[in-house]
Design a protein around this ligand. Structure first.
Ligand code: NAD
Length: 419
């Protein structure tokens, strides 16, 4: 199939290259000219395991452009632009709106059917209430007849996004017309997983409910973990026992310093905002966010039990990415941790294998150094669970661990946040 992908960030590039690997022709459209050039050189615009290799392997099956008119050469367009938060937490649809209008402009003069699929995470009602009317207005065509519209939420996890593309737990397709449904069924025919066909708003909500549940599980684990810490219990032992219950499932119980990343926080906030708009008080969701805001500061609380006055003290931070195997620092817990250290007057020296350059832009006052140099500080905080942190030498150090790095237990003084 000929596919176009609008927005070539974490979701767009992985989806597009995945479809190219499955034998489709893919056109990436992005407004970021630098990103377009990077892709056309066969380089990955983001760091994601296995992506660059797939890009090299499939060179010739895809190209990128900032010219929306190229969409005309495809049969199906995936909208994968970002959907950030407004300052009040509600969803900001400016990229979705501009992408929808541009798609409408282009298909105005296209003969034949064109399917448009929203893959970005959008609050229920957006695909039919915002995307569809903008395409109809700009194309002067009607949905369901001359073009089709669908919503296909994405569940990939950064850090294992390529693997997740090829082996998803499920594929959800919210559709309104049979033709688009059939095109998507054909496109996904090679995937050997549960495929759920729903109406469009249910597909939109499945994504929010999934992320909200996972975020809830993390905040729940952290709250139980905080109680365990005060009682001298290792919460990981507790959750091993809890997860053995088949009604519960063991994953996502890693207590620590909270969730980061581009999705959980913004999606829960957007859902809270939508709930309030329709007159519902989302008490659990609000508590999930509140626990998550406080949790990274547990590291500072524990650090101060050993070094009460941080002024002028040299404190090391291991890990800046919001999770291992990515260079993404959006909503990383390193940000509140380092802000708190700086506010207390500490001198911060930090290391991350992939995210340093992104982080340097927002925290130029931090010293960036090798892990060995970071370990020479007076105390070290572990913020991200990169594998390589399991092979450092922590002996003789003070380590406050936010992510359960087993090797760090060899430190002279070791504290885990929830264990
Ligand atoms: P991103 O910020 O990494 O990428 C977005 C891309 O869209 C950028 O390259 C940007 O230049 C481009 N763009 C913006 N406006 C455009 C326009 N009008 N036309 C063309 N290109 C445009 O975003 P992301 O992390 O890939 O997320 C995209 C969507 O997918 C969001 O709704 C997000 O919530 C959702 N999602 C993300 C993940 C994830 O792990 N990152 C997982 C599942 C779902």
């Amino acid at each position: 199939m000929k596919i176009s992908v609008i927005g070539s960030g974490y979701v767009g590039i992985v989806t597009g290259i995945g479809f190219a690997e499955l034998g489709n022709d893919v056109i990436f459209i992005d407004i970021d000219r630098g990103r377009v050039d990077t892709i056309n050189n066969g380089d990955a615009p983001i760091y994601e395991k296995g992506l660059e290799e797939l890009m090299k392997k499939n060179k010739g099956r895809y190209h990128a452009s900032d010219d929306y008119r190229e969409i005309k050469n495809s049969e199906i367009t995936f909208i994968c632009v970002s959907t950030p938060s407004n300052p009040d937490g509600s969803i900001n649809l400016k990229y979705i709106k501009s992408a929808s209008s541009s798609v409408g402009d282009v298909i105005r003069n296209k003969a034949g059917f064109h399917a448009i699929v929203v893959k970005s995470t959008v609050i229920p009602g957006t695909t039919e209430g915002v995307v569809r009317p903008l395409i109809e207005k700009n194309s002067n065509k009607s949905a369901g007849k001359e073009f089709g519209i669908a919503m296909n939420p994405e569940f990939l996890r950064e850090g294992s996004a390529v693997e997740d593309f090829f082996h998803p737990d499920r594929i959800v397709i919210g559709f309104a017309d049979e033709k688009t449904k059939n095109m998507l069924s054909e496109l996904y025919s090679d995937f050997n997983c549960e495929k759920l066909f729903t109406d469009i708003m249910s597909a939109e909500m499945i994504k929010y409910a999934s992320n909200a549940f996972l975020a809830t599980k993390v905040s729940f684990a952290n709250e139980i973990g905080n109680i365990c810490k005060k009682l001298g219990i290792d919460s990981y032992e507790v959750f091993k026992g809890v997860g053995l219950d088949h009604r519960i499932n063991p994953s996502f119980f890693r207590a620590g310093i909270g969730f980061g990343g581009s999705c959980f926080s913004k999606d829960v906030k957007a859902l809270v905002s939508k709930a309030e708009e329709v007159g519902e008080e989302p008490e659990i969701l609000k508590a999930v966010l509140e626990v998550n805001e406080k949790q990274p500061l547990k590291l500072i609380e524990l650090l101060k039990e050993h070094i009460p006055d941080l002024k002028g003290r040299r404190i090391g931070v291991l890990g800046l990415a919001f999770k291992p195997d990515t260079d993404d620092i959006r909503e990383t817990r390193a940000e509140p941790v380092i802000s708190a250290l700086l506010a207390e007057g500490a001198r911060v020296v930090a290391y991350d294998p992939k995210a340093t350059e992104h982080f340097r832009k927002i925290f130029p006052e931090v010293e960036y150094a090798s892990p060995e140099k970071v370990l020479e500080s007076e105390a070290v905080l572990i913020v991200t669970e990169w594998d390589e942190f399991e092979s450092l030498d922590y002996s003789g150090k003070i380590v406050i661990d936010g992510r359960k790095i087993e090797k760090a237990r060899q430190a002279r003084i070791y504290e885990g946040v929830c264990w």
